[in-house]
Write a protein of this length. Structure first.
Length: 146
């Protein structure tokens, strides 16, 4: 956990693009829950959530053994594709959040299932497949700067 937090602080924390910071600030100003939903590990997600003052994270759980070492297993479902949707739906139900009134930002076509599930999908610096779908569906395509 400490190694992941160190890696995040050293290599990723400062890479939050200006538009991403502005989006977080805008949602925060409206009192909306800020939840990181990522295919990354829980260790990286926790570091990002702390660094960017987010309310919660949903990520891939990495079970530890009795000595606190990574067991080599992964919790299922993975926080990817349909698994990302099921984790998000469960969290939203528990916290009384309507996904129809929620936003989700992504750069990857692998997130289409969750983008299709929320009321306000956003494509940010999208890969070509996501850009194609976003254009066809009229979803905003954002450029958050360097």
């Amino acid at each position: 956990k400490a190694e992941a937090a160190y890696w995040f602080d050293t290599y990723a924390r400062a890479r939050l693009r200006p538009g991403g910071a502005a989006a977080l600030q805008a949602h925060r100003a409206h009192g909306q829950a800020l939840v990181l939903v990522t295919n990354s590990t829980e260790f990286i997600a926790a570091a990002a959530c702390t660094a960017w003052n987010m309310d919660a994270w949903l990520a891939n759980g990495i079970p530890l053994d009795e000595q606190g070492r990574i067991s080599g297993q992964l919790e299922t479902p993975l926080c990817y594709g349909p698994g990302k949707v099921s984790k998000t739906e469960a969290w939203a139900r528990t916290h009384g959040i309507s996904l129809a009134r929620s936003s989700f930002y992504s750069d990857s076509h692998s997130d289409l299932p969750l983008l299709e599930r929320v009321g306000f999908p956003y494509a940010v610096h999208p890969d070509p497949k996501l850009a194609f779908v976003a254009k066809r569906r009229g979803w905003p395509i954002l450029n958050w700067g360097a």
